[in-house]
Design a protein around this ligand. Sequence first.
Ligand code: HGY
Ligand code: MN
Ligand code: MN
Length: 411
Amino acid sequence: MVTINERRLLDRIGKLGQIGKDLDGKRTRLAADDAEKLGRDAVVAWMREAGLRVETDYIGNIFGIWETEENKGQEPVMTGSHIDTVINAGQYDGCYGVLAGIEVIQSLKEAGVKTARPMAVAAFTNEEGVRYSPDMMGSLVYAGGMSAADACASVGIDGTVLGEELKRIGYAGTVEPGFLKPHAFVELHIEQGPILDAEGYDIGAVENLQGISWQQITIEGAQNHAGTTPISYRHDAGVAAAKVITFMRERCLKSNGKTVSTTGCIAFEPNAVNVIPSKAVFTVDVRNPDEAALQAEEKALADYLVELEKTDGVKITTERLSRFKPVLFDEGIVKLVEKYAGERNLRCRRMTSGAGQDAQNMALLCPTAMIFSPSVKGISHNPKEYAKDEDLIRCARVFMDVMSDLAGANT
Ligand code: HGY
Ligand code: MN
Ligand code: MN
């Protein structure tokens, strides 16, 4: 029975987790920045150590490919995830899936296993979307949902241009996105939510993924003195922004937990303690597993902004940053996850992914599903993100079973 090299996988997760830490120990590897380049270099080195052929496409997606004379030309079974992070991030989000993908292929290869299909593992560019929008960008380009040219022309929150940054860090690749036509795609990822941990499950068979709507809202009011201006005279962009944020929280509370909304970024101008803000620029991230419900949330917000312009005497503009419909994963692969989890006596439950994932774009190309491992206390996008070694290993073993099955391995 072929198994993964547990120590090697855990060591690599730990090593990659050390890359991109600043002097305060905060881990941040934003798409195509210097820290992420070092992460990319480490992943490419491990792919080479595994004996994989490494290719990089126009948008900087990195692929480790294992094909033999016997299976060359067959559509590969693919896996992948991301190694870019949010700001002050945990060490498992995305990295676990990329490193487990390398580990599974390396272990099968080392064991002399024959597979009917080639296998490939990807590290997709800019999954988080913190520096450049939209999120899940590399896999979106790969799946044909965005042109590589448009993606490379994206201007970041820091004014940089993605294509130039990829060139600068040496990851402006030479192969066409979509160059591998996958037979199937399976992504292994930490849950990033509390369900598996709280309900005592060992593994999640992810059957669908919720829709995501990101926009940036700009509210322009009237700059004025914080002390002398009567309330009735004010056109306070800060107060208007606060009303939008609380309006969205009310919508979430009325949705019985289906809608979630977050304002993660906000900036005031001129941003002075005794000046009524003239401008507020902030993001609204709204999600719901049902497309019609998500559209209803977007419409409610748009209608509210029209109202707010009248009541507060402000001018409001919006910019679409990202929009993904909910995705249903492949029932056959979900069943495979349940089958192998059962054979290993793991407690498995079906789940929805609350997070956006590269798998949602790969589902445009081929039968796709995901496997979740438990996140302790459901904490993620936070340095306290934690996954127990035994959970990581148990789920990686099921991941190997599923990948081997799809690849027609003679294990
Ligand atoms: O935003 C998300 O859901 C993912 O972490 N990119
Ligand atoms: Mn992720
Ligand atoms: Mn993430």
